[in-house]
Design a protein around this ligand. Structure first.
Ligand SMILES: [Mn+2]
Length: 392
């Protein structure tokens, strides 16, 4: 038997609590459970995690509480989990990365924490070579990484996997590596850091980003609403097959962009959104997160539009995020268009001569134009605390 099957996942960000909602934190634990169950159901030989296992270097107790039973199930089935530290797993000061707690419990294996590392993993059937290096960022990252890779040449007779938590050219405008700079000869390249599914080939070997199991930001949800893990069958020096498998537990996130033109037409837009939201909830048994980005909203109507959206949709969603660009109907269109391009931040920075003050001023302008006075006061107080440490 010289081929192996691995489950590849990444960027689970355990402990992350989107919008401060405990439901969102639980969503992340639930999808982690789905991943572990898939590994057991598919009888994979190993699970590879490409980093950002935890969201923070100080994960909340809940993150351990929920992860540990799942990791135990995996251990009982003798399926090893190998992980490299992502940028979120690495403390800035010299303290212990939280992943080491789980390694100490014998629940996973951390590789490449301090040095580029190659390790042979003993499996129920045969062996697997895993090589990797923790995330490297900041100035000089590219040079440091290229140097690390010279120590990760493939020299094993086992099926082999190189695990990295970095951006490749073409997946992100800021990248540290090019595809052609990956050391040759690995069976599979398990990438992390980018929260979207991507697949490339180097010779006969797949280079794959499985993406994050939950979309953690609006742009991620918009770019790729469906979330995946990857199952790969590998042999020495090549990928025999790799397929993305859809996850069923992620919470639906719906993103709509709409340009306001009339009340009548806006009503039918909201009715359509409502239908789709209700359908998504029925399908997944989870209330969606709903993002609505509006353009061309007459300033005078902003409040009533927000109220209408809230009234019609609030009970069907877990979180409702509305963003509106308003149009001042009392100004001539030419004036509106020319003012639309003004960079307020640059003007404020020049006037105030300070980046921090300019940011504060900008945030205050946004905050104080909130529809509800009470909400504006609360937000303004938060800003004072943030910028000056003043508790009101
Ligand atoms: Mn990352």
């Amino acid at each position: 038997m010289d081929s192996l099957v691995v489950l590849h996942t990444s960027d689970t960000h355990l402990g992350y609590r989107q919008y401060g909602l405990s439901e969102r934190e639980m969503d992340i634990y639930e999808v982690f459970g789905e991943i572990i169950e898939a590994a057991i159901r598919e009888h994979v030989d190993a699970v590879i995690h490409s980093g950002d296992f935890f969201d923070s270097v100080n994960p909340p107790p809940q993150a351990y509480y929920h992860a540990i039973p799942y990791l135990r199930q995996l251990r009982e089935k003798e399926i090893p989990l190998i992980v490299i530290p992502g940028d979120h797993d690495i403390p800035k000061r010299r303290v212990l990365p939280p992943l080491m707690v789980l390694e100490r419990l014998g629940l996973l294996q951390v590789i490449g924490l301090r040095e580029p590392e190659k390790r042979d993993i003993r499996l129920r059937r045969g062996g697997l070579r895993v090589a990797g290096f923790r995330n490297t960022k900041g100035p000089g990252a590219r040079q440091q990484l290229l140097k690390a890779l010279t120590r990760l040449s493939q020299d094993s007779e086992y099926p082999s996997i190189l695990v990295l938590h970095q951006s490749l050219r073409g997946v992100s405008p800021e990248y540290e590596l090019e595809l052609g700079e990956l050391p040759k000869g690995y069976s599979y390249y398990a990438m992390g850091h980018i929260h979207l599914y991507k697949k490339y080939m180097v010779g006969e070997s797949a280079v794959v980003y499985p993406g994050s199991p939950e979309a953690l930001r609006r742009d991620e949800a918009e770019a790729q609403p469906t979330r995946y893990i990857v199952l790969a069958e590998i042999a020495p020096g090549k990928t025999l097959s790799s397929s993305k498998v859809k996850l069923t537990s992620p919470r639906p996130q719906l993103v709509y962009r709409h340009t306001y033109s009339s009340d009548k037409e806006f009503k039918s837009f909201i009715a359509r959104v409502r239908e789709e939201v209700v359908r998504a909830e029925a399908r997944t048994k989870k209330k969606p997160i709903l993002h609505i980005i509006l353009d061309n909203v007459p300033r005078m109507k902003k409040t009533s539009i927000y109220d209408a959206i809230d009234r019609l949709l609030r009970t069907h969603v877990l979180a409702l995020r509305i963003q509106a660009v308003t149009r001042d109907t009392s100004l001539p269109r030419t004036v509106q268009e020319s003012t639309a391009n003004i960079n307020h931040y640059e003007i404020l920075k020049e006037l105030l001569g300070d980046e921090g003050l300019a940011k504060l001023a900008l945030e205050l302008i946004d905050t104080l134009s909130l529809d509800s006075k009470q909400a504006a006061i609360i937000q303004a107080e938060k800003l004072l605390a943030k910028y000056f440490g003043i508790e009101v």
